[in-house]
Design a protein around this ligand. Structure first.
Ligand code: ZN
Ligand code: ZN
Length: 412
């Protein structure tokens, strides 16, 4: 029964600390040119993640309950892909590595995956870490493998990201995993994802037990972002010393008993726009379908309408981290004369991890430019006039350009 009116929600979440001010975007201004905090000059970013795990996350439950979770997720994933297609919203599917397998076999010692390291302790069961693994195949044990669903997600043309959630749903917390275990788990993920043309870039820590002590190792393995939990829910993605971005969780998907959860999401989305923050919501695809129709769908609708008005940039965790890295690692030298602005760009982005994303430049100009020439790899190209739009601030224009461009010449 909803008993708290929507107008009271700002006070409620201020009092609980959730709306406390988080990290702002670092300033990236160079004379009259700024690299926008988010792509397209949007005042906020939105990313969404799914903890995609079938039965693997629920091994502390009865075998009926874990199979039920697996079956529900199998039923929900195709419906979720269709729902996200309808809203044109890509998300990050943080996928348990074992799900990429078509089948697996028991080792000579009778246990699953003798090649894998084991955590020091299990979570509520006796015996081997892999004792629940049916060591069978996707047809006989569909709650433990799902290359079929992963391919379905890859076929959607909204551009979903397939991230990782470890190989066997380990606890990354200080008591759950040492470096050797994390390394083995992540290497196994890299191996099973390769045939799908994938490399893990974003990680969601299982059980939401933060494992930030492993960030240098994760960076060395090619990862670029992790989902982060903190009391403050809205912040700009934080570049850690390891060069892996922490993307702050804003809320998880659920029914709220005492207030309208969709109104809470809307409040957080509006607050994000006021403070250049990245809003992030996550969910378990195995949850009851009613939470997706009654809460998730309306939240996606809200996000899509902000996106269509240019008020939020909807991105996967990977794309968000890549943009922030390109923004942080690109320096501009700007020279202006009465009729021209020349921007020399120098980027030190690690392209192997982050790719070569576009960044959005916002240029203060009194008049519309006559033309903009972009030089990349020594080749000059005229920027299409339709790619140049008015900025959100009066007297500015903005356009996207590869972070690998060398020089931009704006003539007014
Ligand atoms: Zn197995
Ligand atoms: Zn999980």
């Amino acid at each position: 029964m909803i008993s708290i009116p929507n107008f009271f929600l700002p006070s409620l979440f201020c009092a609980s600390g959730q709306l406390q001010r988080g990290l702002p975007p670092p300033l990236r201004s160079f004379g009259n040119v700024e690299i926008a905090p988010f792509k397209g000059g949007a005042p906020a970013a939105v990313s969404i993640s799914a903890d995609f795990e079938l039965a693997w996350a629920w091994r502390n439950l009865s075998s009926e309950a874990m199979e039920a979770r697996g079956a529900a997720e199998r039923e929900n994933v195709p419906r979720l892909v269709a729902m996200l297609d309808r809203h044109r919203i890509p998300i990050t599917w943080a996928t348990v590595g074992h799900l990429f397998l078509e089948s697996c076999k028991r080792g000579t010692d009778g246990c699953g995956h003798p090649e894998m390291a084991r955590p020091a302790k299990n979570f509520g069961w006796d015996g081997d870490w892999y004792v629940h693994d049916p060591c069978s195949d996707v047809c006989s044990a569909p709650s433990w493998y799902c290359p079929d669903l992963i391919k379905l997600i890859q076929q959607s043309d909204v551009g979903h990201e397939i991230g990782t959630h470890s190989f066997s749903h380990i606890d990354f917390g200080p008591d759950g995993a040492d470096t050797a275990l994390v390394q083995r788990e992540m290497e196994a993920c890299i191996e099973v994802m390769r045939p799908f043309g994938l490399h893990p870039r974003s990680l969601v820590y299982c059980f939401n037990h933060m494992g930030h002590q492993h960030l240098p190792l994760l960076a060395a393995l090619g990862l670029t972002s992790v989902r982060d939990r903190d009391r403050v829910r809205l912040a700009y993605p934080e570049r850690t010393d390891a060069g892996v971005y922490k993307i702050r969780e804003s809320m998880n998907l659920r029914f709220a008993r005492r207030y309208d959860y969709v109104a809470k999401a809307d409040l957080f989305l509006r607050e994000s726009q006021k403070r250049s923050a990245a809003f992030h919501i996550w969910f378990h695809p195995s949850d009851s379908w009613s939470v997706f129709t009654q809460v998730f769908d309306p939240i996606l609708n809200t996000i899509a309408s902000y996106r269509d008005r240019g008020e939020v940039w909807v991105a996967t965790m990977q794309d968000l981290a890549s943009y922030c890295e390109a923004r942080a690692m690109t320096d501009l030298a700007v020279t202006t004369t009465p009729n021209a602005t020349r921007i020399a760009m120098r980027s030190t982005v690690d392209v192997n991890r982050f790719g070569t994303p576009d960044i959005t430049l916002v240029v203060a100009l009194p008049n519309n430019p006559a033309r903009i020439i972009v030089i990349r790899d020594g080749v000059s190209q005229l920027l299409s006039p339709s790619a140049v739009v008015r900025g959100r601030q009066p007297g500015t224009i903005q356009f996207d350009v590869s972070c690998r461009a060398e020089q931009i010449d704006i003539t007014t």
